[in-house]
Write a protein that binds this ligand. Structure first.
Ligand code: ZN
Length: 203
């Protein structure tokens, strides 16, 4: 792409914007020029918000979701049922289930799913942390709310095999969740029903 003269600061901005998913060189350039031309105060707020989030957001030490404190709001809530653990792929899915207001248990967020082709193995999705949690607390039931696609199914199978010796009640969301759909794009009613009609996982 042709570059304007003396544009190293702009180039740096464009390069930095390209870390966002789905943003190629042209969209990065469009965003950079939009910020410079029409949204400088908002651009400064964006920079501050990004810097603060990158410095201060950590993973909840119990459920692995993003949190500002060592225990997230849900893990720290005495009213939540700590004996039921719902396993989701990412914080978007956790929020999608929370918005149904139909689930009172806790979560574990894998922050991904097994994907050998992308080099994502068990160590990359917090499995050690999850197994430590299952062994150290009196969790009775695990609900898999993993997206029903090929990698999701493989992740579910792998985890259910690992958990088998722990004598837990394992279930997965009932279908009603269309195959190939990401939870975050479903309406609350569908997720609520799938959660209610979850299926036991046969070992
Ligand atoms: Zn937590």
């Amino acid at each position: 792409m042709n570059k304007a003269p003396d544009s190293s600061i702009i180039d740096n901005l464009c390069d930095a914007l390209r870390c966002l998913p789905g943003v190629g060189p042209k969209s990065a350039q469009r965003m950079a020029f939009h910020l410079l031309q029409r949204a400088r105060p908002q651009g400064k707020l964006l920079a501050q918000a990004l810097s603060s989030a990158m410095d201060k957001v950590i993973h909840c030490q119990r459920c692995n979701t993003f949190s500002q404190t060592s225990l997230c709001r849900i893990c720290d809530d005495e009213k939540r049922d700590k004996s039921v653990l719902c396993i989701v792929e990412n914080p978007n899915d956790l929020i999608a289930i929370e918005q149904t207001h139909g689930y009172q248990g806790c979560y574990f967020v894998l922050m991904g799913r097994l994907s050998p082709l992308d080099g994502i193995g068990p160590a990359d999705i917090g499995i050690d942390k999850l197994m430590d949690l299952l062994r150290s607390e009196s969790i009775k039931e695990v609900i898999f709310a993993i997206n029903p696609n090929m990698e999701g199914e493989a992740t579910l199978y792998y985890l259910s095999q690992l958990m088998n010796p722990l004598n837990l009640k394992l279930s997965q969301l009932a279908h009603g969740v269309p195959v190939g759909t990401e939870l975050e794009f479903l309406d609350s009613k569908t997720i609520k029903r799938a959660m209610k009609e979850r299926n036991a996982i046969e070992a």
